[in-house]
Design a protein around this ligand. Structure first.
Ligand SMILES: [Zn+2]
Length: 114
C-alpha cells in the first residue's frame, strides 16, 4: 500500500530527522515516521503502551543530559552563557546523540519481551 509522503518531520523514536519511512501495522493505524536506524523497532513502538514509551523518553532525556554534562565537564565550562556558539551547538548535539542512542538501546532491551 503506498504511503503518503511526509518529507519534513522527526523520527517517532529518536526525534532526529526521519528518513521518510512510514510504518503502520494496519491501514487503521496512524503512520509512525522513522529514520533508518529506528526502523527495526517500528513494530515494537506500536506494541508498547504509550505510558511505557513516556518513561523511556524521560530516561533518555536524562541520558542525553548526562552526555551534555560530560561535554561541559570536558571543556571545563558549566556556565551556559559563557559557551561559544560552537560549544553551545556541540552541547546540544551531545544531548541529542545521547537521547537517540538511549532510546534505541531501550527498545533493543525490551523488544523480545513485547
Ligand atoms: Zn530515529
Amino acid at each position: 500500500v503506498p504511503k503518503p509522503l511526509n518529507l519534513i518531520g522527526v523520527c517517532t523514536l529518536c526525534k532526529r530527522r526521519h528518513d521518510n519511512l512510514g510504518y503502520s501495522p494496519t491501514q487503521r493505524h496512524p503512520i509512525k515516521w522513522l529514520c533508518w536506524r529506528c526502523l527495526p523497532f517500528a513494530k515494537w513502538i506500536y506494541k508498547m503502551k504509550t505510558q511505557q514509551l513516556d518513561v523511556y523518553e524521560m530516561d533518555a532525556i536524562f541520558d542525553g543530559g548526562e552526555k551534555a554534562g560530560q561535554y561541559l565537564d570536558q571543556i571545563g565550562q558549566t556556565d551556559l552563557a559563557k559557551l561559544s556558539e560552537d560549544q553551545f551547538c556541540e552541547m546540544f548535539a551531545r544531548f541529542m546523540e545521547g537521547f537517540e542512542v538511549s532510546m534505541r538501546g531501550k527498545m533493543e532491551a525490551v523488544r523480545d519481551t513485547l
